[in-house]
Write a new protein. Structure first.
Lengths: 300, 660
C-alpha cells in the first residue's frame, strides 16, 4: 500500500501522465485525496452512511455487513442517505480544442484523469457510473452500472477517448437526453469554448429534468495567462482559421476578455441550475477533487 | 580623423536594427484551442514590437561602428612632455638625388648627413623626408613624429641618386606650393652638393617657404675634376665625318680617349686633349652609312668624378639622297626653282624626284629623306592624310601654299584656313634662332606682291612674319615629325623670292634641316617627355637599353610619348616600323663646381618671416603638444573580436529559437 508521501508524489498531473494505467491514476488520486481529508466522515456524491437496519427478506445480500454478522450472528444492512442511488454520468468533451496542452498534460488528458477519479470515487461508494463522449455530436455512450467489475471497463473506455472535431454543445446535449432518462449527477468536463447562451440551451433541459449538473471547465495555464509577449500568428485547433494577434492584446486585453467570458459562463450555469468549477491542468488532481467535493458539500 | 566622410557608413547601423525588428515576425502559426477570445490585430502592431536579442544587436552595431571608425583613419593625440612641447619643430629634409650626387663620395656623405639630422630630431618633432631631382620633388616618408624616425631612416636607405638634373629653384618652388598640415615652426634642411649649374635663372626662385628656417648642408668633395661629352654632330660631304665635342670641368688640363661605336660596332678611337675648363673635340672621318637609322655611342674613356656623362648617345637618320617633290605640274617654274635649289646642296647631295599627286601611290614615302609639296591645294584628301601620317611618324614636310589652296580655302595637311590678303609687303620679323633662317637682314629685302593669310594654331611657331604681323613661314610639330608651311608660292607673280640670292641657301638649309642631318637633334635628355612617333591608339611598345619593356606615360594614350629615366637607347616598336630614341644625361650636371659662398649666404638671407605660421601657432598651441597615434589597427582588432563574439551569441540565440 502506498504511503502518504509516495502517493503525494504521484499526484502532480505531469507525474500522473507518466502512468500508463488509468486505474492506477484514479486510485492514486482518490486515495491521496482521502488521505488528505483524514478520513472525513462525510464524503461521497450522494450516499452517506446513516445507520444499520435488520436484514429482511428481499434485501440485496450485497449490502449485508458481514463483519457485524460475524460478531453478532445477525444480519444487518447498511443504510445510506439517498438510498435511491445517484447515478453518475461523466460527460467528456473530446473536441479538438481539448487536445491543447502547453506542458506535459493536455486538457483532454487532465479531463480523463478527472473522469477516472470521479468514476473510481463513485465505484468506491457503489454508485453506478457511466460515460458520454461528445464533440460536434455524441460520439460514445456507456450506460451507468454499479456492477462489480464495471469500473475497469469504464476506465478503459475513458482511457481510449481521443480528440475529435469541433464542438457543438447543443447538438451533443440534445442527443444525450435519451440516455439520461433517470435523474442523477451529470459531470460535464469540457473547456466550454461556446457561447453562454448556447450553453444555457444545452444544459437547461437536463436541469429541468431533475439532473444534478456539474460543469467542470478545464483550462490550460497558457489560456488563462498567455506567455506570448509579441504579436503571434494563432491557428484555431478546431476551425484551422488563422489570425495575427498583437502582443499588446495578449498582455493586456485578453485577460479582461477571458474574465468576462468566464463570468458569463458562471452566471449561465447558475441560471441553468448547474454548478460550475474551473480547474487548470497544472493543478494537482487531489486539489481539484478536494475543491470539487467541498464545493459539492457546500451545495448540500 | 583623416577620412571623416567614411562616417556616412554609420547609416549601415539601421540595417541590423531594422532586421532585428522585422525578423521577429513569426511566420509559424501557434495552435490555440479557440480564437473566440482573440482579436485580429493590425500589421503596424507587429512593427512596434520591442527589440529582442539586444545583446546580439548591440554586438552587431558595435562591430559596424568599429569598422566604420577604422576606415576614417582616426588618430589619437597624445600629450608629449611639456619640456619638449614648446621646442617642437617640423624638420623637412630635402635630399638632392641628382646625377652629380653620384660623384665620388657625395652620396655617402649626403646619407650620413641626413641620418644625423633624422637622429637629432626630438620626440616632439615632426620629420619629413623629400627627394629632389629632375621635375620630381617627392615625399619619401612622413611627416611622422620624431620617435618614429626609424621609418624615415629606412626610406632614406633605399634611395639612390637618379641620372636627372636638380634645379634648386624648381625644388624650392615645389616645396612652397605644398600645403603643410602641421603648425610647427619649419626647419628646411637642404642636403646637396649645391652645384652652381643648379641655380635657377631667377635668384628669387630660391626663396624658401614662409616661416621656414633654411639650413643648407653642403656636401663637398675634393675631386671635382670632371669631363663630359656634350655633342655628337654629323658633318662632311659624301664621305661623312662625326665630330664629338667634349668639355672639361675642373682646374687642370687633361687627356683621354674617345671611342665611337656605331650600331654596337666599334668604329674607332681618337685621343683627345683639353685645357683647364676647356673644350675639345675629336673627328671620326670616312663614316659610310647605309640609308636608315643608326645608333651612335661616343665614350670618353677616362676615370673622372662622374662616369655617367662620359657617354653620349645619338640616333642619326642617314639621309637618303632623294627628295620627293610633289606638284601638279612638275615642269612649272616653281617646281624647277625648288628642285634646282635642293640639288645645289653640297652636303648632303640630294636628288629630287618630281611626281604628280596622282602618282604618289606608286612611291614609298619612307624611301625619301624629305617631302616637298608645291601648293598643297592640289592634294586629294587621301593623299593629304597619308602625308600627315608620314609626318607623325617622325618625318618632315615642306609645304607651300598657292592658288589651288586658295581655291579650296584651306591647307589639307595642317587644316589651316587660307584666304587672300591684299597689299604688297616685305618681311617684318625673322626668327633667326631657327637653323634655316640665318640671314634676317636679307629676308627684309624680299618683296611680296600678293599674299595669302593663314592663322597659326596654338603651339605653332611663326618663323617669318610680314610687317603687319601676318605669318609667312610656320613650323608645326606633328608628334615626332614636323611640317614647315610657307604661305606663299614660289612664283614670280607673287614674290621675288625665287630670284633672290637668299633663296638657294634657304631651300638648302631647309632640306638639311628636314633630312635630320644634325645628330644632336635626335637625342633627348633624361627626364624629358619625348614623342615616340607612334600614333595615338596605335599598338606600340617601348624597350629600354637593357631590353626591358618601358611603360608609356600614364596620362598618355598608348605609347605615343616616352619619359626616359636613364641614359641609353630606347627602342620604339610599332606596327609599321621600329625606331630608336637616344637619351643622355644633362651635361649641366657635369660641372661639379659648387655655388659661390657669397651666393649661398645670400640664399640664406632670403628667409621670409613666419607671419602666417606664427599667428596660427599661437592659436593652435595645443597641437604642438600632441603626438598623433594611429587608431585604425586597434579598431580593426576590436572589430575582429566583436565579430567573434557576435558569432557565438548568434549561434546561441539561434539554438534557442530552434529549440523553441
Amino acid at each position: 500500500m502506498a504511503t502518504e508521501s509516495s502517493i503525494a508524489r504521484l499526484l502532480p498531473p505531469a507525474t500522473l501522465a507518466g502512468l500508463a494505467n488509468l486505474e492506477l491514476v484514479a486510485r492514486a488520486a482518490v486515495e491521496g485525496f482521502l488521505t488528505g481529508l483524514h478520513r472525513s466522515p462525510r464524503f461521497g456524491f450522494s450516499q452517506e452512511f446513516k445507520e444499520y437496519r435488520a436484514y429482511v427478506e428481499g434485501d440485496d445480500p450485497r449490502f449485508v455487513d458481514w463483519n457485524v454478522y460475524a460478531r453478532t450472528d445477525r444480519a444487518y444492512i447498511k443504510r445510506y442517505e439517498g438510498e435511491t442511488n445517484t447515478r453518475l454520468m461523466v460527460v467528456l468533451d473530446a473536441s479538438a480544442s481539448m487536445g491543447y496542452g502547453s506542458h506535459a498534460v493536455s486538457k483532454l488528458q487532465y479531463a480523463k484523469f478527472l473522469a477516472a477519479a470521479l468514476a473510481y470515487l463513485a465505484s468506491r461508494q457503489h454508485d453506478p457510473a457511466g460515460l458520454l463522449v461528445f464533440d460536434a455530436q455524441l460520439r460514445q455512450y456507456r450506460p451507468p452500472t454499479g456492477r462489480a467489475g464495471s469500473l475497469l471497463g469504464l476506465l478503459h473506455a475513458i482511457d481510449a477517448v481521443t480528440v475529435g472535431g469541433p464542438t457543438d454543445l447543443e447538438t451533443s446535449f440534445r442527443g444525450m437526453r435519451e440516455h439520461l432518462s433517470r435523474r442523477g449527477l451529470v459531470a460535464v468536463i469540457s473547456d466550454l469554448y461556446c457561447d453562454p447562451d448556447s450553453l444555457l440551451r444545452a444544459v437547461q433541459p437536463l436541469a429541468v429534468n431533475g439532473h444534478d449538473i456539474m460543469l467542470l471547465q478545464v483550462l490550460d495555464p497558457q489560456e488563462v495567462k498567455p506567455q506570448w509577449r509579441d504579436a503571434t500568428l494563432f491557428q484555431d485547433m478546431e476551425t484551422q482559421e488563422r489570425i495575427n494577434v498583437s502582443g499588446e492584446y495578449l498582455r493586456e486585453r485578453y485577460r479582461h476578455r477571458l474574465d468576462t467570458h468566464l463570468t458569463a459562463l458562471r452566471r449561465t450555469a447558475a441560471n441553468a441550475g448547474a454548478q460550475y468549477l474551473q480547474v487548470a491542468t497544472d493543478e494537482p488532481l487531489d486539489h481539484a477533487l478536494r475543491r470539487y467535493l467541498l464545493f459539492r458539500e457546500g451545495r448540500h | 580623423m583623416l577620412a571623416p566622410w567614411f562616417l556616412i557608413g554609420l547609416l549601415a547601423i539601421g540595417l541590423p536594427w531594422w532586421l532585428h525588428r522585422l525578423a521577429r515576425s513569426e511566420t509559424t502559426p501557434q495552435a490555440f484551442p479557440s480564437l473566440m477570445l482573440l482579436e485580429r490585430s493590425e500589421l503596424r502592431d507587429t512593427r512596434k514590437r520591442q527589440l529582442r536579442y539586444l545583446a546580439l544587436l548591440a554586438l552587431r552595431i558595435a562591430l559596424l561602428v568599429a569598422l566604420v571608425l577604422a576606415f576614417t583613419q582616426p588618430q589619437w593625440l597624445t600629450k608629449i612632455p611639456a619640456a619638449l612641447a614648446g621646442q617642437a619643430r617640423m624638420h623637412v629634409i630635402v635630399l638632392d638625388t641628382s646625377l652629380s650626387m653620384r660623384a665620388g663620395t657625395r652620396w655617402q656623405q649626403a646619407k650620413e648627413k641626413a641620418a644625423q639630422l633624422i637622429d637629432a630630431a626630438r620626440a616632439g618633432d615632426q620629420l619629413l623626408l623629400i627627394s629632389a631631382a629632375g621635375r620630381r620633388v617627392q615625399v619619401l616618408a612622413g611627416p611622422v613624429a620624431g620617435i618614429e624616425r626609424a621609418r624615415v631612416r629606412a626610406a632614406m636607405q633605399s634611395l639612390t641618386p637618379s641620372p636627372e638634373r636638380l634645379d634648386l629653384g624648381l625644388a624650392m618652388a615645389s616645396i612652397k606650393t605644398w600645403k603643410m598640415q602641421h603648425q610647427l615652426p619649419m626647419e628646411l634642411h637642404v642636403v646637396s652638393d649645391l652645384q652652381a649649374s643648379g641655380s635657377p635663372l631667377r635668384f628669387a626662385d630660391l626663396e624658401p617657404p614662409a616661416g621656414a628656417t633654411l639650413r643648407l648642408h653642403t656636401i663637398m668633395d675634393d675631386n671635382s675634376a670632371n669631363a663630359a661629352i656634350t655633342r655628337v654632330a654629323l658633318s662632311g660631304g659624301e664621305h661623312r665625318a662625326l665630330t664629338v665635342s667634349m668639355h672639361a670641368y675642373g682646374g687642370k688640363p687633361g687627356a683621354g680617349v674617345i671611342a665611337m661605336t656605331v650600331d654596337d660596332r666599334e668604329f674607332g678611337k681618337q685621343a683627345v686633349q683639353w685645357q683647364a675648363d676647356g673644350a675639345a673635340s675629336a673627328t671620326f672621318a670616312d663614316l659610310k652609312l647605309t640609308p636608315g637609322s643608326h645608333r651612335l655611342h661616343a665614350e670618353l674613356q677616362l676615370s673622372d668624378a662622374l662616369s655617367d656623362d662620359n657617354h653620349y648617345y645619338a640616333v642619326i637618320e642617314h639621309a637618303d639622297p632623294r627628295v620627293l617633290l610633289v606638284a601638279r605640274n612638275p615642269q612649272a617654274d616653281e617646281v624647277t626653282y625648288l628642285a634646282a635649289a635642293i640639288e645645289s646642296l653640297a652636303a648632303p647631295r640630294l636628288i629630287v624626284t618630281r611626281v604628280m599627286p596622282d602618282q604618289l601611290s606608286a612611291h614609298t614615302l619612307a624611301d625619301y629623306a624629305a617631302v616637298v609639296i608645291a601648293d598643297s591645294g592640289v592634294l586629294s584628301e587621301a593623299v593629304a592624310e597619308r602625308l600627315s601620317k608620314h609626318a607623325v611618324g617622325g618625318n618632315a614636310l615642306f609645304v607651300t601654299l598657292g592658288p589651288q589652296a586658295l581655291r579650296i580655302g584651306a591647307d589639307p595637311i595642317t587644316g589651316m584656313k587660307v584666304r587672300e590678303l591684299g597689299g604688297a609687303m616685305r618681311i617684318g620679323a625673322v626668327d633667326d634662332s631657327h637653323p634655316i633662317l640665318r640671314e634676317p637682314e636679307a629676308w627684309r629685302s624680299v618683296r611680296f606682291f600678293k599674299r595669302l593669310q593663314v592663322t597659326p594654331a596654338d603651339g605653332d611657331r611663326s618663323l617669318l612674319r610680314f610687317e603687319d604681323g601676318a605669318p609667312l613661314l610656320i613650323e608645326r610639330s606633328f608628334e615626332a615629325g614636323r611640317v614647315l608651311l610657307m604661305a606663299a608660292p614660289l612664283d614670280r607673280e607673287w614674290n621675288d623670292l625665287a630670284v633672290h640670292p637668299l633663296f638657294v641657301r634657304f631651300i638648302a638649309e631647309t632640306a638639311r634641316y628636314m633630312t635630320g642631318n644634325d645628330a644632336a637633334a635626335a637625342s633627348a635628355q633624361v627626364g624629358d617627355t619625348v614623342a615616340t612617333g607612334v600614333a595615338a591608339g596605335a599598338a606600340g611598345q617601348i624597350f629600354d637599353s637593357q631590353g626591358k619593356r618601358v611603360s608609356a606615360l600614364p596620362d598618355r594614350e598608348g605609347a605615343t610619348h616616352l619619359n626616359p629615366t636613364q641614359a641609353g637607347f630606347y627602342e620604339v616598336r610599332s606596327a609599321n616600323h621600329s625606331r630608336f630614341v637616344a637619351a643622355n644625361v644633362d651635361t649641366r650636371e657635369s660641372d661639379l663646381t659648387p655655388l659661390a659662398t657669397e651666393l649661398v649666404q645670400k640664399w640664406q638671407a632670403l628667409e621670409k618671416p613666419a607671419i602666417a605660421v606664427a599667428a596660427s601657432a599661437s592659436g593652435e598651441q595645443y597641437r604642438r603638444d600632441q603626438l598623433r597615434r594611429e587608431l585604425g589597427p586597434l579598431l580593426l582588432t576590436l572589430a575582429a573580436l566583436l565579430a567573434l563574439a557576435e558569432l557565438l551569441v548568434a549561434n546561441y540565440r539561434l539554438q534557442v529559437v530552434r529549440d523553441a
